[in-house]
Design a protein around this ligand. Sequence first.
Ligand SMILES: NC(=O)c1ccc[n+]([C@@H]2O[C@H](COP(=O)([O-])OP(=O)(O)OC[C@H]3O[C@@H](n4cnc5c(N)ncnc54)[C@H](OP(=O)(O)O)[C@@H]3O)[C@@H](O)[C@H]2O)c1
Length: 277
Amino acid sequence: MSSKVPPIILNNGVEMPQLGFGVWQVPDDEAETAVAQALEAGYRSIDTAAIYGNEEGTGRAVAASGLAREDLFVTTKLWNSDQGYDSTLRAFDTSLAKLGLEYLDLYLIHWPTPARDMYVDTYKALEKLLADGRVRAVGVSNFLPEHLERLTAETSVIPAVNQIELHPHLQQHAARELHAEQGIATEAWSPLGSGKGILDIPAIVAIAQKHGRTPAQVVLRWHLQLGNVVIPKSVTPSRIKENIDVFGFALDTEDLAAISALNEDRRLGPDPANVNS
Ligand SMILES: NC(=O)c1ccc[n+]([C@@H]2O[C@H](COP(=O)([O-])OP(=O)(O)OC[C@H]3O[C@@H](n4cnc5c(N)ncnc54)[C@H](OP(=O)(O)O)[C@@H]3O)[C@@H](O)[C@H]2O)c1
């Protein structure tokens, strides 16, 4: 895969760029522009979801890029109301058609929605899509340890990825440890804390000044050095470039310790145990 971003190897041998581009809260037409700018800047992994309403814009940008399909890594997610075996297969077809792709690189269950009690059947549909070669890797998002435990007990394929909220105020030590034990890659959503406050923390600003970098670059570097997959979102061309320009410097142990000390176990988003609609 030719890109300035090094890959991580998923548990089924598939390579995934460690840094990608997220498009949550980007309207469809703007997503087309932003994804085109991201691909131009060197991103090769795009993270969308059925619920974001921008799979078509994302797909148009991918098609217009002229990049070889095998050089791209496209992720989308199954929305909660489509959970269930047959409805998942239908939703996958819809997403793939909107993206204009022949196959997907990674398909995730967006939330476990535990009160529905359908994520096991849903995951079995993902296993079928994987076996049929329609997706290269399958995984989950927002799964808590108890949901992963149940999946492992009742299905055959260990998820390649669990995409969870993760940033300096919510460092997710227990989840990361569990994922590492099980061979599941940890993918950080809202890696920059959704632009709300994290980038103004004095300790992060000080590390940025020390390296002649920006606070966003320091936070992304922290994720990368921890081994997380990151998918920062921006619709600002200069930030799109800034966020991928993170491979020419490294944080030292002192920097990493200072960021470690910022954990407050504080979520910006909802607790996955309580998301059921
Ligand atoms: N699985 C899930 O449930 C879930 C939930 C949330 C997010 N996600 C995924 O994770 C991706 C990233 O999360 P996110 O969009 O919540 O937040 P994020 O990437 O942590 O932060 C995005 C915000 O930070 C700003 N920003 C980006 N780069 C910056 C920089 N270099 N300097 C200063 N500000 C910067 C952006 O502003 P501008 O755009 O205005 O530049 C935007 O407001 C999403 O797009 C989505 O793909 C998944």
